[in-house]
Design a protein around this ligand. Structure first.
Ligand SMILES: Cc1cc2nc3c(=O)[nH]c(=O)nc-3n(C[C@H](O)[C@H](O)[C@H](O)COP(=O)(O)O)c2cc1C
Length: 180
């Protein structure tokens, strides 16, 4: 079986080819089945195909962001939004040390989408560095919901080599955390 985890790469150049509705529906299903805090399912997705809107969003990334050009090139951008007060809260009270569990939930949704995309022959890049306030306004994200990241999506036009990763012993600790 092909290892989608190993073969997923951040893709920043895309073919001029639309993504089929059937494949988009499979991506939404993959997102739907992600685990979430208390099964609160705080995630909301905005799917953007309109080239004019993609251009406006591209302008909210810095020119140095390696994903900027892909916003105009890729056929689809998914804005990953979430309700902060749904994850890690019980009756509006924060119940653990961390106040932003919704980011964790959205990360899992994003990974489900990115891995499913690989299975479908598609490529993605997650983008987290942009002017969030302006992007929320452009996309009419309502109060109580926050736009966290974008997933740029389409058919890949390159096959980047994998960036270096830590080796397993560099970050896996057995029994106790070891600093040696
Ligand atoms: C939360 C998050 C935010 C990211 N933001 C950006 C970004 O703003 N621009 C970009 O080009 N890549 C972005 N990336 C992609 C990473 O640079 C990429 O995942 C990393 O270099 C490892 O490469 P790989 O995905 O090919 O394994 C982001 C990834 C994550 C998980």
């Amino acid at each position: 079986m092909e290892d989608f985890i190993l073969h997923r790469r951040s893709i920043r150049r895309f073919q001029d080819k639309a993504v089929e509705v059937e494949k988009m529906n499979q991506l939404y299903e993959a997102a739907r089945w992600a685990p979430s805090w208390g099964n609160q399912q705080c995630c909301e997705l905005v799917v953007i195909e309109d080239p004019e809107m993609r251009g406006k969003l591209a302008a909210l990334l810095s020119a140095k962001n390696p994903a900027t050009k892909s916003f105009e090139q890729a056929p689809v951008i998914i804005a990953v939004c979430g309700m902060p007060k749904k994850s890690g809260y019980y009756k509006d009270q924060q119940v653990t040390r961390y106040e932003n569990w919704f980011l964790y939930d959205l990360g899992i949704v994003s990974q489900n989408i990115c891995l499913k995309a690989v299975e479908l022959g598609l490529g993605t890049v997650i983008v987290g560095s942009f002017d969030h306030d302006k992007a929320e306004k452009l996309l009419s994200v309502p109060d109580g919901c926050e736009l966290v990241s974008f997933i740029v999506l389409g058919y890949p036009d390159h096959a980047p080599s994998p960036p270096k990763r830590k080796t397993v012993p560099e970050f896996v600790h057995f029994g106790k955390y070891s600093t040696q």
